[in-house]
Design a protein around this ligand. Structure first.
Ligand SMILES: Nc1ncnc2c1ncn2[C@@H]1O[C@H](COP(=O)(O)OP(=O)(O)OP(=O)(O)O)[C@@H](O)[C@H]1O
Length: 345
C-alpha cells in the first residue's frame, strides 16, 4: 500500500480554562490514530463536541497538540512544507461582500503568495469545476449559501494542493446546495485528489466517503470502509408467512427450526401474517430458514435481509457518548484563562 497522506499517531488535545467553578479541563482529542491514503475521500464522523474540528485544526497547525504526532504528505503537521500542499475549507469561510467570485480568488491567491498570472491560469478552470462560470463577476452578496461554499472550495483548490481538508462542507446548506457541493467533491475524487472531511451528517458521509472514522468524546470508536463498519455478523432476516387471520395462534417456531441451531427470533402478527425477525450469521443460515419453513408447508410472502445502516452503527457506537462532560479540577495556580497551548488554541 502507498504511503499515507494523513498519518496520525496517538494525537491528543487537552484544553484548560478557568471558569467561575474552578479550573476546567477538556480532553477534546484523546489519543487518536488514523491514516488516509492517496485518492481517498476520508470522512471523520461524530456528534457535536466529538473533537472533529480540534483534530482538523491540529492537522493544519492551528492548534498545538498536547501529545502524539502526525504528518501530512510526509511532513510534520504545522510545518510550512505540510501547509503549502494542503487546501482548507473552514466551517464558515468569510468572503468580504464587496468581492465577486473572481476577485475573491485573486485576493486569496495573493494571500498565499501566487502571482497574478498563476491566479488567472487557475481561476477559469476552478470556476468551471465548481459551477460558478458565468456568475464569477457578480457580487457574492447575491450568492446562495451553496454558491458561497463552492467558491470556498475553489479558494481551497487555488494552489493545486495534494490534500483538501473540508470542515463540515455541507453544513447549513439546503438539499440543492448539498447536492451541488457533493458533485464537486465527486469530481475532485475522480480527478485523484485526496480529501479529508469532517461532518456530523451521516447521509453526506455515506454518499461521498470511501472510508470513515467514527469519533466520539475524542476517541475513535470505529474506522474502515463504510460497508465494513456495519456488523456483518448481525444481519436480520425478516420473513412474513401467511396465517389464518388475527386469531390464528403462532406455531412453535423453534420446533420448525429444531434440527438446526436454536434461532434468536421474534415473532409478531401483522394482520394476516406472522412476521419473524431472525438474527442470522450468513447465507447458509438464511437458506436453512427458508428450507425449514417450506418443509413445514409454510408459504413465504416476504423475505428481507437487513444489515445495520451507517446510522444504526453510529448510534450504537456513540449513543452513550454524545453528552460532553468536562472534568473539573481545583488547581488554583492557573496563570491565564487558557494554558498549555504555547499560545496557540
Ligand atoms: N478553544 C477551546 N477551549 C476550550 N474548549 C474547547 C475549545 N475548542 C473546543 N473545545 C471543546 O472541545 C470539545 C471538542 O470540540 P470540537 O469543536 O473539536 O468538536 P466537534 O466535533 O468539531 O463539534 P461540532 O460538530 O459541534 O463542531 C468540546 O467539548 C468543545 O467545547
Amino acid at each position: 500500500m502507498s504511503e499515507p497522506i494523513v498519518d496520525v499517531h496517538q494525537l491528543r488535545k487537552t484544553y484548560r480554562s478557568l471558569s467561575l467553578t474552578g479550573r476546567r479541563r477538556i480532553d477534546a482529542v484523546r489519543g487518536v490514530s488514523l491514516q488516509a491514503y492517496p485518492g481517498e475521500v476520508f470522512g471523520l464522523l461524530g456528534p457535536n463536541g466529538a473533537g472533529k474540528t480540534t483534530l482538523i485544526k491540529m492537522l493544519l497547525g492551528v492548534v498545538k497538540p498536547s501529545g502524539g504526532d502526525a504528518t501530512l504528505l510526509g511532513q510534520p503537521i504545522g510545518s510550512s512544507a505540510a501547509r503549502s500542499r494542503v487546501g482548507y475549507l473552514p466551517e464558515s469561510l468569510r468572503v468580504d461582500r464587496h468581492h465577486s467570485a473572481r476577485s475573491a480568488l485573486r485576493y486569496y491567491g495573493r494571500m498565499s503568495g501566487m502571482t497574478a498570472a498563476e491566479i488567472r491560469a487557475q481561476s477559469d478552470d476552478l470556476l468551471k469545476l465548481v459551477g460558478l462560470e458565468g456568475r464569477d463577476r457578480e457580487s457574492v452578496r447575491r450568492f446562495s449559501k451553496g454558491m458561497y461554499q463552492r467558491l470556498g472550495l475553489a479558494q481551497a483548490l487555488l494552489h493545486d494542493p495534494d490534500l483538501l481538508v473540508l470542515d463540515e462542507p455541507t453544513d447549513g446548506l439546503d438539499p440543492v446546495g448539498r447536492n451541488e457541493v457533493r458533485k464537486v467533491i465527486d469530481r475532485l475524487r475522480d480527478s485523484g485528489k485526496t480529501i479529508f472531511l469532517n461532518s456530523h451528517i451521516l447521509q453526506e458521509v455515506e454518499m461521498v466517503c470511501t472510508r470513515v472514522a467514527i469519533l466520539a468524546k475524542g476517541e475513535i470508536k470505529a474506522i474502515g470502509p463504510i460497508d465494513e463498519l456495519a456488523h456483518r455478523d448481525e444481519q436480520k432476516l425478516i420473513v412474513e408467512v401467511p396465517c389464518d387471520g388475527p386469531d390464528d395462534r403462532p406455531p412453535d417456531w423453534q420446533a420448525i427450526f429444531a434440527d438446526g441451531e436454536p434461532l434468536e427470533l421474534e415473532s409478531t402478527q401483522v394482520r394476516d401474517a406472522f412476521r419473524l425477525t431472525i438474527a442470522v450469521a450468513g447465507q447458509d443460515q438464511i437458506n436453512g430458514v427458508v428450507d425449514r419453513l417450506r418443509g413445514a408447508g409454510r408459504s413465504i410472502w416476504r423475505l428481507e435481509v437487513r444489515r445495520e445502516s451507517l446510522e444504526e452503527t453510529f448510534m450504537r457506537l456513540v449513543e452513550t457518548d454524545t453528552v460532553d462532560r468536562p472534568s473539573s479540577e481545583t488547581d488554583s495556580e492557573v496563570p491565564s484563562a487558557v494554558v498549555g497551548d504555547g499560545g496557540q488554541q
